[in-house]
Ligand binder design. Structure first.
Ligand SMILES: CC(=O)SCCNC(=O)CCNC(=O)[C@H](O)C(C)(C)COP(=O)(O)OP(=O)(O)OC[C@H]1O[C@@H](n2cnc3c(N)ncnc32)[C@H](O)[C@@H]1OP(=O)(O)O
Length: 203
């Protein structure tokens, strides 16, 4: 398979793949011509000509990950899951998503395409997560929470059961979300309060 992006995030994805079960990495692609290798892998600067080549978008920015996946509609990889993650057989994680070490996904959770479930996040039962969302390290997403497309939940944040969080919102690091959150809202603190709204540029 091919990794698109030679960033810190792609280093963690390399670790997922090397943790087992996912086959081999052919090479990495990046626009930056100065980057020639990453963690012992070659970095090339053009897309594969074979449309059947599987690709994972190793880009942390949710908007850019979406734009790339729409611009280059090559075959996304099946979800990449670190060997130490605990994933219920009754959950679903869609193509292109990545699940870092020690993440937990419980029964009846549904995770969309090209999501990031970062290190040690907890996705409880019946949670629904839209495409291109990023659930940062150490977060706790409790039962029945819904998270819209492109939303980022910051490191260490918690969301109480049954809350609906809209699309392209940002929940700050360490926030505790106790109310429904509209699209594009930026929320910080405990209890979580809206401080502003994302535009495409800052979100
Ligand atoms: C593997 C990895 O690294 S995954 C990466 C995980 N990334 C994260 O968890 C990052 C989450 N991002 C944050 O928490 C950011 O601070 C954001 C998105 C909430 C806000 O960022 P910005 O838009 O740059 O806001 P800015 O820094 O200007 O802060 C605005 C106000 O909110 C406050 N604030 C910002 N973040 C937080 C926070 N997490 N908790 C409490 N207050 C906060 C600031 O103190 C400031 O308050 P003031 O106006 O009274 O001075």
């Amino acid at each position: 398979m091919i990794i698109y992006g030679a960033s810190g995030h792609s280093k963690v994805i390399i670790d997922i793949i090397r943790s087992g079960r996912h086959g081999t990495i052919d090479y990495i692609i990046d626009d930056n011509l100065e980057i020639r290798s990453l963690l012992g892998l070659p970095v090339l600067h053009k897309l594969p000509e074979d449309e059947n080549q599987e690709i994972v978008y190793a880009i942390g920015n949710n908007h850019i990950r979406k734009e790339l996946s729409e611009k280059y509609p090559v075959k996304p990889v099946k979800a990449l899951i670190h060997n130490s993650a605990i994933i219920s057989e009754y959950s679903e994680i869609m193509d292109g998503s990545v699940v870092m070490a020690k993440a937990v996904v419980n029964a009846s959770a549904e995770v969309g395409e090209h999501c990031i479930l970062n290190t040690s996040c907890i996705i409880e039962h019946d949670v629904m997560i839209g495409n291109f969302a990023h659930i940062s390290p150490g977060t706790v997403i409790t039962g029945g929470v819904r998270i819209g497309e492109g939303t980022q939940i910051g490191a260490g944040a918690s969301v109480i059961p049954g809350i609906n969080i809209g699309k392209w919102a940002t929940i700050g690091a360490g926030a505790v979300v106790i109310n429904d959150i509209p699209d594009n809202a930026v929320v910080v603190g405990n209890p979580g309060k809206i401080i502003k709204y994302n535009t495409h540029q800052n979100g």
